[in-house]
Design a protein around this ligand. Structure first.
Ligand SMILES: Cc1ncc(COP(=O)(O)O)c(C=O)c1O
Length: 386
């Protein structure tokens, strides 16, 4: 069959991107090659394949597809989202360098930036991303990286990128965005001048709560450097995880669009309930970043958060009463989940520190799945009544 030359849509790319055209006798699904080592040519190191090098057939296929989905030159899949962030930082920063990070980031990343990275002689400044001129004030001659997460876990704030990318580029600083909450269906940061995109592929990219993986997207030379770090720090993914990730990606467009619709319906319903003090969802006109979200995102996402009147004790009663939502960490899969960040991603922060970044006790994060919205709403309703 002739090669397709037109630019493919996101869903088509998610299914076919980077894959060779199947020929008679080959499987329609990609074969899983669960080997750790590969037969090598004699007399040369060309073509050396080893799972820790990230060049197994299953890793290479899903890497090509992810680069196409994010619109980057290259992508590298690693064994977890934290592995992706750690190796990207190891590739970008050296002793004596300075990192400026949004203070509104996933708890594990916060720990990496406040303990491990400073332990390597790299200085880190955390910035409130909404403070006027906050980013600029934090910059030093040694600043090499600006890091942020948008939409923000778990508050669903959406950060403006235009002025930040001009600032970063005028100073020769790499702008790195953790885009886990959005997925490439809703947001592709590279289209907005971002240099490096990171995902916990454990979440929307895979979408089924059954693998741990991460991805770094960027230009070829940078991805090569991240690969070198991945090889020596031992952060490569298993071929089976790559195979499941590739299979999960095939449905990302339909999954995420359904999650967007469900979350919108649930957020609107929750915003009318007297038991709920606050709903955090960028699709609601009342959300402080609704206008930014409308311009940056193609969909408002499947993540939302609620604060119940009655705070912590009410949250615990509510969670106990839920029948469909599962109380579990992680997010972005087809099953709906609920979690309290104070007992999961942000458990190592004090209540005061959490309150400062908008996470009071009793704050509940909902990861909306692809179930029927009316069933999810009925579940929330019966739990609120108890
Ligand atoms: C926004 C964000 N980034 C990174 C991570 C880390 O990903 P992983 O658990 O795959 O290491 C998470 C995990 O929850 C996350 O929510």
């Amino acid at each position: 069959m002739a090669e397709v030359t037109r630019k493919l849509g996101l869903s088509t790319t998610a299914i076919h991107g980077g894959a060779p055209r199947p020929t008679p006798g080959t499987g329609v699904a990609s074969p899983l090659v669960q080997a750790v080592n590969y037969v090598q040519e004699t007399g040369t190191s060309e073509g050396l394949r080893y799972t820790r090098y990230g060049n197994t057939p299953n890793a290479e296929l899903v890497q090509r597809r992810l680069a196409q989905l994010e619109g980057s030159e290259a992508a590298l899949v690693l064994s977890s989202g934290m592995g992706a962030t750690s190796c990207a930082m190891l590739a970008l920063l050296r002793t004596g360098d300075h990192l400026v990070s949004s203070s509104w980031i996933y708890g594990g990343t916060r720990k990496l930036f406040s303990e491990d990275i400073p332990g390597m002689g790299i200085e880190v400044t955390f910035v409130n991303p909404l403070e006027p001129r906050g980013w600029r004030k934090a910059l030093r001659k040694t600043t090499r990286v600006i890091f942020l997460e948008t939409p923000v876990n778990p508050t669903c704030r959406v950060l403006e990128l235009n002025s930040l990318q001009s600032l970063a580029h005028s100073e020769g600083i790499a702008l790195v965005v953790d885009s886990t909450f959005a997925s490439p269906v809703n947001f592709r940061p590279i289209e907005h001048g971002v240099d490096v995109v990171i995902h916990s592929a454990t979440k929307y990219l895979n979408g089924h709560h059954d693998i741990l993986a991460g991805v770094v997207c960027g230009n070829e030379p940078f991805i090569d450097e991240v690969r070198q770090k991945m090889m020596v720090w031992g952060q490569a993914p298993d071929p089976f995880a790559c195979w499941l990730l590739e299979r999960g990606l095939k449905t990302i467009d339909v999954r995420v669009k359904r999650q967007n619709e469900n979350a919108m319906e649930i957020a609107e319903w929750c915003s009318k309930r007297p038991e709920i003090a606050k709903v955090h969802y960028p699709g609601l006109p009342s959300h402080p970043d609704h206008e930014i979200a409308k311009t940056l995102l193609d969909g408002f996402g499947g993540m939302l958060a609620i604060e119940l009147k009655g705070a912590g004790p009410a949250a615990i009663r509510f969670i106990h009463a839920l029948k469909l939502f599962t109380y579990a960490a992680s997010l972005g899969g087809v099953d709906s989940l609920v979690i309290e960040p104070r007992y999961s991603s942000h458990e190592f922060m004090t209540p005061d520190e959490r309150a400062k970044i908008g996470i009071p006790d009793g704050f509940l994060r909902l990861s909306i799945g692809i179930e029927n919205a009316e069933d999810l709403i009925a579940d929330i309703e019966q739990a609120l009544q108890q």
